[in-house]
Design a protein around this ligand. Structure first.
Ligand SMILES: NC(=O)C1=CN([C@@H]2O[C@H](COP(=O)(O)OP(=O)(O)OC[C@H]3O[C@@H](n4cnc5c(N)ncnc54)[C@H](OP(=O)(O)O)[C@@H]3O)[C@@H](O)[C@H]2O)C=CC1
Ligand SMILES: O=C1O[C@H](COP(=O)(O)O)[C@@H](O)[C@H](O)[C@H]1O
Length: 500
């Protein structure tokens, strides 16, 4: 099925997960490792040390993660494979702030190196709240755990959000760079590991029919929607500090914008691709006070109904302040001020507790002149190219054809090549791809510091505007598609959000 086992077969890595008992580890990282072993893609010499503060032994930890794995694995659980994986996974108790504990950890890792022949290669994965990033990295440094040798690498995977604004991101970056080389810092944005996000470049640069029309000359507007039905679960502590802007826009959404709008890179190397993506981020309009006021909509969900069940409003969620002004929804309109895109608006939105779970990119092409087939009573449906990221995966294209047996009547034809993951079989989860990429040393699907810096420059201005603005929240019902204002944002331009 997969050929990557040949690629990873000779590789070795000891993955050290800080935050071994956390949500990300349970829901994404351990299932990703299981699915890698399921598909014979895990390196031959591989082991995991999961670091957490709870008092547990290896066996207890394995039992806990097994229960979660059963819920979150995309493949069925094969007991034999689980046993094979579980004996590679160890638990190490450590409070991140306990300086002396790192020496013990280092000794423990060296023993695992001997047992599993991982040759000192370390993948340090920080699956922790951002406040611990610096603490952990400086402790690794002080204990010489991040030192590369001629025959071993040390790589750092750091979760988003990278800082909480441009200033803190810069400070964090400086600290990381004291310890790790830029090439060894993997700023993960798991959206970049999703199949259809990787497919954007292929769709654009392998299809003349799309790329030749891919500009302000032929495209009327571009819409990106990342909608989630779930709320914040148990993550209030994090989300109250973050909101939708830091959680989704500064990273996932802007990364998608840069892939959609970039010029063709000179080749497929990581540097060449990132160079082009960065140019897009640097060309996004600097929001004036006027455009902030007119073109940025904040939202927060109130009570509502999802899938037939009543759900509480954001302010009623556990550990959320009852006067919280944290945004759980954002919609924005902006322009990319470069030769290719000037004049074509980008509309983006993301929100929690919305009516659907769906991530889609809609490219709306300009309409034909209303001369031959269209008049006021026969309204023209535009050509739409929809890149469906999830839950359906694939491409949808809408175009006009003649209605059979009718004279000169036009109907809109919908060609949908997307499939639910069930029909298609399993698409490798983003984290599987990204973990393997780190082991291979391929940072193409990770954000460079320059991209992070450019994204914060955009995000900071919007966050500051939201902080000063008197928001009237909550302003949308759970289970709806967001605040009325976000529909007005497009209606004002005689446009509409295409249904996702
Ligand atoms: N969850 C998700 O879906 C996603 C998360 N992320 C990012 O991943 C990171 C982790 O998120 P998430 O897993 O949700 O967070 P959690 O709060 O669920 O997990 C945090 C982990 O850190 C541990 N921890 C906290 N304080 C200490 C300490 N002083 N010493 C030792 N361990 C400690 C926790 O231990 P304990 O269990 O004992 O509390 C837990 O294992 C964040 O940066 C987040 O933004 C990114 C994308 C998706
Ligand atoms: O990074 C994050 O992403 C998830 C959404 O990811 P998905 O792969 O399930 O679409 C989001 O729920 C979370 O709040 C955010 O931190």
């Amino acid at each position: 099925m997969y050929t990557e086992n040949q690629v990873t077969g000779d590789m070795s890595a000891l993955m050290v997960i800080f935050g071994g008992t956390g949500d990300l580890t349970n829901r994404k990282l351990i299932p990703a490792l299981y699915n890698l072993i399921y598909d014979h893609r895990l390196p031959k010499h591989f082991a995991v040390a999961a670091v957490g503060r709870r008092d547990m032994d290896h066996e207890q930890y394995r039992k806990v993660i097994f229960e979660q794995l059963k819920k979150y694995s995309r493949n069925e659980i094969d007991q034999r494979l689980w046993e094979k994986l579980s004996c590679l996974i160890y638990y190490f108790q450590l409070n991140f702030t306990e300086k002396t504990g790192y020496e013990r950890l280092n000794t423990f890792l060296s023993k695992l190196d001997d047992t599993y022949q991982t040759h000192g290669n370390r993948l340090f994965y920080l699956a922790v709240a951002p406040e611990f990033f610096e603490t952990i990295v400086m402790n690794l440094h002080n204990n010489k755990m991040a030192v590369e040798t001629n025959d071993s690498w040390k790589r750092l995977v750091i979760e988003k959000p990278f800082g909480k604004d441009l200033k803190t991101a810069r400070l964090l970056n400086e600290k990381l760079r004291e310890v790790f080389r830029e090439d060894d810092i993997y700023r993960i944005d798991h959206y970049l590991g999703k199949e259809m996000i990787q497919n954007i470049m292929v769709l654009r640069f392998c299809n003349l029919v799309f790329e030749s029309l891919w500009s302000n000359k032929y495209i009327d507007n571009i819409q990106i929607s990342l909608a989630e039905k779930h709320g914040i679960g148990s993550r209030a502590g994090y989300y109250e500090q973050s909101g939708a802007m830091r959680d989704m826009v500064q990273n996932h959404l802007l990364q998608i914008v840069s892939l959609i709008a970039m010029e063709a890179p000179i080749n497929l190397t990581s540097d060449a691709i990132k160079t082009e993506k960065l140019k897009v981020l640097n060309s996004i309009e600097t929001f004036s006070s006027e455009s902030l006021k007119n073109n940025v909509i904040f939202g927060q969900y109130g009570r509502g109904v999802i899938d037939g069940y009543p759900v509480p409003g954001y302010r009623e969620e556990a550990s959320v302040k009852d006067n919280s002004n944290t945004e759980t929804f954002i919609a924005m309109k902006f322009h990319i001020n470069n030769f290719r895109w000037a004049g074509t608006p980008f509309y983006v939105r993301t929100g929690k507790r919305m009516g659907v779970n769906a991530a889609e990119i809609v490219i709306q092409f300009k309409s034909m002149p209303d001369v031959l087939y269209f008049s006021n009573d026969a309204e023209q449906e535009p050509n739409l190219l929809v890149i469906k990221i999830q839950p359906n995966v694939g491409v949808f294209f809408q175009f006009n054809t003649k209605d059979f047996h009718m004279e000169n009547e036009v109907i809109s034809t919908k060609m949908d090549t997307s499939h639910t993951s069930g029909e298609q079989g399993n698409t490798p989860e983003a984290y599987e791809k990204l973990i393997l990429d780190v082991i291979k040393g391929d940072s193409t699907l990770f954000s460079s510091w320059d991209e992070v810096e450019a994204s914060w420059t955009i995000a900071d201005r919007i966050i500051e505007y939201g902080r000063q603005k008197r928001l009237k929240l909550p302003n949308y019902d759970a289970g709806s598609m967001g605040p009325v204002l976000s529909f007005e944002l497009l209606a004002r331009d005689c446009r509409k959000w295409w249904n996702i």
